[in-house]
Design a protein around this ligand. Structure first.
Ligand SMILES: [Zn+2]
Length: 120
């Protein structure tokens, strides 16, 4: 199992299994967030909130929503908005996980800024 939690604990995201790799993307938004993504299908992921719902941010082609805790501001995951390729994808920001749980997982580098290919 994988558990990701925002800083204040209002948002918890769990997945059925740990990822084999996580992805750092250098695009304009992932770079700013400093996110490390683990990718899942929607059915593999459960999001729980105590208090209010997540805040979301959309940009560009608007095919994903970035979810933020309304209290502490941490960006916990993104979900597809129903368009195209990202439709069934949930990406968990593993920066919200216990670092000890992630220590043995390979980090891959994705060139989302330019070539849209993995660099490693
Ligand atoms: Zn929070």
């Amino acid at each position: 199992m994988l558990l990701a939690q925002c800083h204040c604990g209002q948002i918890s995201v769990t997945a059925t299994h740990k990822p084999s790799t996580v992805t750092e993307c250098n695009c304009s938004i992932c770079g700013r967030f400093g996110a490390r993504w683990a990718y899942y299908k929607q059915i593999e992921v459960t999001v729980k909130t105590t208090g209010s719902e997540t805040h979301t941010y959309r940009w560009g082609d608007e095919d994903i929503d970035f979810h933020h805790c309304p209290n502490c501001g941490c960006m916990t995951h993104y979900t597809g908005t129903g368009k195209q390729s990202e439709q069934d994808r949930v990406a968990i920001n593993t920066r919200m996980c216990n670092p000890q749980d992630m220590i043995d997982i390979t980090v891959r580098h994705f060139d989302g800024a330019d070539t849209w290919q993995y660099l490693d």
